[in-house]
Design a binder for this molecule. Structure first.
Ligand code: HDE
Length: 701
């Protein structure tokens, strides 16, 4: 039989290279094995004959497959899905009157940071837009060691004691018998636990509010949740609550949007963060603290050790200490975002803990979890976790050791070698735990002050605007409608009655239930407007506007509008029937950035319909273009519509009143000229959504 000659794999590559010669980088290197060996043909395994079996001897194949087989590490048991970025923190001043922390010691002092945002319940591959709390974890690489502020986008927590954390997480995660549902709290076990755990009521209201479905990581507040201590160089301690305030304001998705985005772009938040940084629109937050002097703790009347309680900002304002800018995307998701190891116990001089029993439990959990997840005790040596300041200790060996320590001394005190770290007695300026006096009887239990579970839940509810309350009511009704056990629904409605009868009734009604009377007196509360997300106009730079175009569009007019929107700092992108350049009137032919197929109003903050009856007529014939406009309207987004586009607004189902001439209250602007119209549009965008517009419920989407 005639033997066929082997065809080197490189022959194919050579052909490709010839085709692509102009686009290939010049400095290509030949692949090697882990040992540095260059194998002649690295794209075919070693076989006994070209059509024969593969040989076990093929070390290159074995090495590559073995490494691949071991590529996965355990995902985080909570906060598995996340996205992160590098940046810096810049102190606004010398804060040494409050803290000895060196990164807060001078105005303008910059400290590198790495920040990871996450959902809590979903697995690594789940959707970004799930209803959930978001993790907001920042690693400050300070010149005196790493400080991790491991917080959430919600200022309180579900439980008051760490011992309940595994129960909470088991209840919210997919149910164990069938692993359903993924990244969702709308199921029996979650609400069973919550309804039996009244201390969770306050946080549950936050998660069911629009805070549970952020528009962007860039538009979330962050909170340290627990009380911490700031300790000044003289040793005085004050309690603080940490806050992150986003420069772009706090904004949310609509629930219908979140559900649809989860299918159309599960990476919605991840992509948003990545793109903003790539486009140099760097996300920014201010770090602030609410400071409570030890002497004022009693008078405050809020137990600072109870993580289900917050301090209203109207009572203790947030002092802004500095700002964080995220300006660099990670180079490698696994090496950085996945391997970063946060720990609330990573503190620096000037920062200390409170006795919050939830925080105390966390101090144990985080190292423990990294040992499993990152495979051993040397995870601090991974590049993303390594401090940038000098460090020297005698911890040695263990899995994944990256260094080759020299000499025979790995202990202290020692006298055999020079250059080894030794114990030099008390170190002036070293970390010293705040000498809080502690005494007590060993016991399990809670202080009486932890027993009030409803007054702050009520405060939160009554501080929401009517639109926010409505969203909150529908969110809980939606979740409970997915709960099969009737007694769980009933128990939850009874809990809500202790928060507010209006809330309980609004949740009960669509479930076919009747809310009972509250179990006791309802607390008298003074609403805190700072707890609402709708706090008036905010910055609009970087907001996305979709310009809907089709054949017949007036190209010059579209270009003009695009640059006018860009002038407002907005990102204007064309959405059309296909990516083909449009046949149209005047100017250079335009090519859409997106199609009606691969995008949706869900991905934009506002929609513009550039003028021209021909464009309007062409759009009206496209069902998805009509849905685009209808969804933008139903989700409360500003719509900028030029003369001649009224028929499209009507075809999208918008009420006559909204489709008429400019009516700022409706957020739909139909005007012949661009100047004053853009002004009103920009103002509507600054408010983010217009929930008060007419006929929202009647739009078919
Ligand atoms: Fe966490 N939490 N947590 N947590 N947590 C983890 O640590 C834990 C809590 C938070 O982007 C785990 O490295 C316990 C509150 C964030 O990598 C784990 C308790 C707050 C992140 C863990 C809490 C948080 C975590 C899982 C109750 C807001 C993600 C993987 C006592 C203040 C950090 C890991 C990142 C991650 C335990 C409660 C925030 C298992 C036991 C309260 C942002 O160690």
């Amino acid at each position: 039989m005639k033997k066929s000659r082997p065809v080197p794999a490189t022959a194919g590559n050579a052909k490709l290279a010839a085709l692509d010669a102009d686009r290939l980088p010049r400095d290509l290197e030949h692949i090697t094995t882990q040992q540095g060996l260059k194998v002649e043909d690295d794209a075919n395994s070693l076989k006994a004959g070209l059509r024969g079996p593969t040989l076990l001897e093929d070390f290159a194949l074995r090495e590559k497959i073995t490494h691949f087989d071991h590529e996965r590490i355990p995902e985080r048991v909570v906060h598995a899905r996340g996205a992160a970025a590098h940046g810096y923190f810049e102190s606004y001043g010398d804060w040494s009157a409050f803290t000895a922390a060196s990164f807060l010691s001078q105005p303008g002092k910059k400290t590198p940071v790495f920040t990871r945002f996450s959902t809590v319940a979903g697995s690594r591959g789940s959707t970004d837009a799930a209803r959930d709390a978001r993790g907001f974890a920042v690693k400050f690489y300070t010149d005196e060691g790493n400080f991790d502020l491991v917080g959430n986008n919600i200022p309180v927590f579900f439980i008051q004691d760490a011992i309940k954390f595994p129960d909470l997480i088991h209840a919210v995660k997919p149910e164990p018998h069938n692993e359903i549902p993924q990244a969702a709290s709308a199921h029996d076990t979650f609400w069973d636990f919550i309804s039996l755990t009244p201390e969770s009521t306050h946080m549950v209201l936050w998660v069911m509010s629009d805070r549970g479905i952020p528009r962007s990581f860039r538009m979330m507040e962050g909170f340290g949740v627990h009380s911490f201590r700031l300790v000044c160089p003289k040793g005085t301690s004050r309690f603080v609550k940490f806050h992150w305030k986003p420069r772009l304001g706090v904004h949310a998705l609509a629930w219908d949007e979140a559900l649809k985005i989860s299918g159309k772009d599960p990476d919605f938040h991840r992509r948003d963060l990545w793109e903003a940084i790539e486009q140099q629109r760097f996300p920014e937050w201010e770090l602030g603290v609410q400071i409570v002097e030890e002497a004022d703790v009693e008078r405050l009347g809020i137990d600072l050790l109870d993580p289900t309680k917050l301090i209203p900002e109207e009572r203790v304002p947030v002092t802004r200490l500095g700002r964080m800018v995220l300006d660099r995307n990670p180079d490698n998701f696994f090496a950085e975002t996945e391997q970063v190891a946060f720990h609330p116990g990573h503190v620096v001089r000037g920062i200390d803990f409170s006795d919050d029993p939830l925080l105390q439990g966390r101090l144990f959990s985080y190292t423990d979890t990294q040992l499993l997840r990152l495979g051993g005790p040397n995870f601090a040596q991974l590049p993303i976790n390594k401090p940038v300041c000098p460090f020297h200790h005698h911890q040695r060996d263990g899995l994944g050791q990256q260094t080759i320590p020299v000499g025979r001394v790995s202990y202290a005190p020692s006298s055999l070698e020079t250059g080894k770290p030794v114990h030099l007695g008390l170190l002036e300026g070293g970390y010293r735990s705040f000498p809080e006096p502690v005494e007590g009887t060993k016991l399990r239990g809670k202080p009486a002050s932890f027993a009030d579970h409803y007054s702050q839940a009520r405060l939160f509810y009554l501080s929401q605007t009517p639109a926010e309350r409505k969203h909150l009511q529908s969110a809980i009704a939606f979740e409970l409608s997915k709960v099969e056990a009737l007694h769980v629904r009933e128990r939850m409605v009874a809990n809500l009655a202790n928060v507010d009868p209006e809330l309980a009734a609004a949740v009960a009604d669509p479930l076919g239930l009747v809310a009972p009377a509250p179990a006791g007196e309802l607390a008298e509360v003074v609403p805190s407007p700072m707890l609402s997300m709708m706090r008036g106009p905010g910055p609009i730079d970087g907001r996305k506007v979709a310009l809907l175009v089709a054949d017949g569009a007036d190209h010059a007019a579209v270009e003009l509008l695009k640059s006018a929107l860009a002038g407002l700092g907005l990102v204007a992108q064309l959405v059309g029937p296909s990516l083909k350049p449009l046949a149209g009137r005047s100017g250079t032919p335009l090519a859409p950035d997106f199609t009606f197929e691969n995008s949706a109003a869900l991905f934009f903050d506002a929609v513009a319909l550039p003028g021209g009856a021909a464009n309007c007529a062409a759009l009206m014939a496209i069902g998805k273009a009509r849905t685009f406009v209808a969804e933008a309207y139903a989700h409360g987004k500003p719509i900028l519509a030029f003369e001649g586009t009224a028929p499209l607004l009507a075809a999208a189902g918008l009420p006559q009143s909204a489709a008429g001439p400019a009516n700022p209250a409706e957020g739909v602007f139909v005007e012949p000229v661009a100047g004053p119209l853009l002004q009103g549009f920009a103002e509507a965008l600054a408010l983010h959504r217009i929930w008060e517009r007419s006929g929202l419920e009647s739009i078919a989407i």
